[in-house]
Design a protein around this ligand. Structure first.
Ligand SMILES: Nc1nc2c(c(=O)[nH]1)N[C@H]1C(S)=C(S)[C@@H](COP(=O)(O)O)O[C@H]1N2
Ligand SMILES: [Mo]
Length: 541
């Protein structure tokens, strides 16, 4: 006990305690930066520092790293990235906090790094959110302020330097003051530190919660886009009866909005104000133009049933969804602009800087390529591209489905490369003929006897001609196909079999209207879509 007050010869455990307190101070400083960063982000309606850094990392990480992350974490990759950033902050914060307990000035490297990383990320992001810098600075200032308060309290508790207490010879230039009694001294010093720490924690925590709440309130106000939908001159007829077989466990023909897969590089969903939205059509065109939503609404609008699919979808995967889209034929807009014949690429850009290269040919060949404003009878939700996105039947999303699109530039594949093309993905990426078993559920259990087999198959813009299944590697048998409204959607299939108790397999293959039958050869999604056949196992008892 008495050892604790003997200057310069602090026992081990006092050193350890000091290290722990240093780490704690570092964490509190990180907490203050994060809390006030969130508060500023919420109040100023800008991106929070952590998300800004995350966005910059996503956009600037090597393609291989990204693929690895996506393959490992799937659509949870964003949460993992944020968790990773927070872990680094915690680690760096703790280390700097410990160092600052010896050399206080070192602590300020923390807020300095926070500022540097945050501002670099703001600069790297080509998106238009320079205001995010304000949140970075607010966070750094709060961190520095918290550090100053905590260091002062820490010094009162432990003394100015490692293990030494106030009032020791080191502190008073060799003129020793009488050492205070341990209880008297440590009492207020410890209490002061605890009170300061608790205060910093409470204030930063409240700032963080307040920031998140106000960000959520802002998001909520805009969460359900309310714009009135244009009415098509010739509405599409209802889906033909029999598109949905209604088999329990089978993917419904129309994907409910809440189940529609989401894929994009955005860490926070862009919330575009439709009254400020503008679309620019330019590049290799004779009559470049720019329109806003009101002008767009005066054009002819159509409906189309289109199944959208992601190139990253694995065999048997569910990064695919079908709905009825409402939108403006892209071909009409391009004809208005007058596309030059050698412009083979439509390079579209979204508000968040993501770019997409679509073959001009695919948009102009008569298919229902859309600048969509609605899906499933409602305006596009923010997450799916409000107020306007592209949808091109037959092409994977990364080459034809730009969400939050504001810029369409006619160019050449030889001259400009899109976001994913720059990262090694394909340039021409028509959706590959594919099929999936939904029923029985993979690794599911059924009763032995008659068993229903069902699933979906797709070959958008070619159409599915046949689906075959085989059980336990037996003979291929043709499945029955449900109705479809056209060639741009998936189709449900159904078959029956009789099995005894035990483990069984079901394999499926589709043939499209060109006569091509889905290959068994397994190929990875990169660069232009997976191939292979979906085969599941189930148990009958
Ligand atoms: N702005 C933007 N649009 C985008 C993407 C993106 O990262 N950013 N991803 C594309 C990809 S890879 C796919 S598969 C589809 C997915 O559309 P959804 O999220 O509406 O299902 O959006 C496309 N449009
Ligand atoms: Mo995708």
């Amino acid at each position: 006990m008495t050892n604790e007050t003997s200057g310069g010869r602090a026992p081990r455990h006092e050193g350890r305690r000091r290290t722990a307190v240093g780490a704690g101070v570092g964490l509190l400083v990180v907490g203050a930066s994060l809390g006030f960063g969130e508060l500023a982000a919420g109040l100023f309606r800008v991106t929070s520092p952590v998300v800004t850094v995350g966005d910059a990392l996503v956009d600037n990480s090597p393609p291989l790293l990204m693929e690895w992350a996506i393959s490992l974490f799937g659509t949870a990759d964003k949460a993992v990235l944020i968790a990773g950033i927070l872990s680094v902050l915690v680690l760096v914060g703790a280390v700097l906090g410990i160092m600052a307990s010896i050399r206080p000035a070192v602590g300020y490297v923390g807020p300095g790094l926070f500022t540097a990383a945050g501002l670099a990320a703001v600069a790297l992001r080509r998106s238009d959110d320079p205001g995010a810098a304000a949140a970075v600075v607010a966070g750094a200032v709060a961190g520095a302020a918290a550090l100053t308060l905590l260091l002062r309290a820490e010094r009162r508790r432990f003394g100015p330097e490692g293990g030494r207490e106030t009032g020791t010879p080191a502190d008073t230039g060799g003129d020793p003051l009488p050492a205070p009694a341990p209880e008297e001294y440590r009492g207020p010093g410890r209490r002061g530190l605890v009170i300061t720490a608790a205060g910093v924690l409470a204030v930063s925590g409240s700032a963080g919660v307040l920031g998140r709440l106000s960000a959520l309130a802002g998001a909520d106000a805009a969460s359900r886009p309310g714009a009135a939908l244009p009415i098509p001159a010739r509405p599409l007829s209802d889906l033909p009866p029999g598109t949905d077989l209604g088999v329990p466990g089978l993917t419904p023909f129309t994907t409910p909005e809440r189940d529609f897969y989401r894929i994009d590089t955005a860490l926070t969903i862009p919330r575009v104000d439709s009254s400020r939205w503008r679309l620019r059509v330019h590049g290799m065109v004779d009559r470049p133009f720019e329109i806003d939503m009101d002008e767009l609404m005066t054009r002819d609008v159509i409906e189309a049933d289109i199944t959208l699919a992601c190139v990253s979808n694995q065999v048997g995967g569910d990064l695919i969804g079908n709905t009825r889209w409402l939108g403006f034929p892209l071909a009409d807009l391009l004809r208005e602009a007058g596309v030059r014949s050698d412009a083979d690429q439509i390079l579209s850009t979204s508000t968040d800087g993501w770019t997409c290269g679509t073959p001009t040919e695919a948009v102009m060949d008569g298919r229902d390529a859309l600048l969509a404003v609605g899906m499933g009878g409602a305006p596009l939700p923010h997450v799916h591209g409000y107020p306007a996105r592209m949808v091109v039947p037959g092409l994977y999303g990364f080459v034809g489905a730009t969400k939050w699109v504001t810029d369409i530039k006619l160019t050449r594949f030889a001259d400009e490369r899109s976001y994913w093309a720059r990262r090694g993905w394909g340039v021409q990426a028509p959706i590959k003929t594919m099929s999936r078993v939904d029923v029985p559920a993979p690794l599911g259990r059924v009763e032995a006897g008659d068993v229903v087999l069902a699933g979906v198959a797709w070959a958008q813009h070619r159409g599915i001609d046949a689906v075959e299944v085989r059980v336990d590697d037996g003979d291929w048998r043709e499945a029955e196909l449900a109705e479809v409204p056209g060639i741009d959607t998936w189709v449900q299939w159904i078959a029956e079999t009789t099995v005894g108790p035990g483990v069984h397999s079901v394999e499926v293959r589709a043939t499209d209207s060109t006569g091509y039958t889905q290959t068994a050869e397994r190929v990875d999604p990169i660069p232009d879509g997976a191939t292979g056949r979906h085969r599941i196992r189930f148990t009958a008892d």
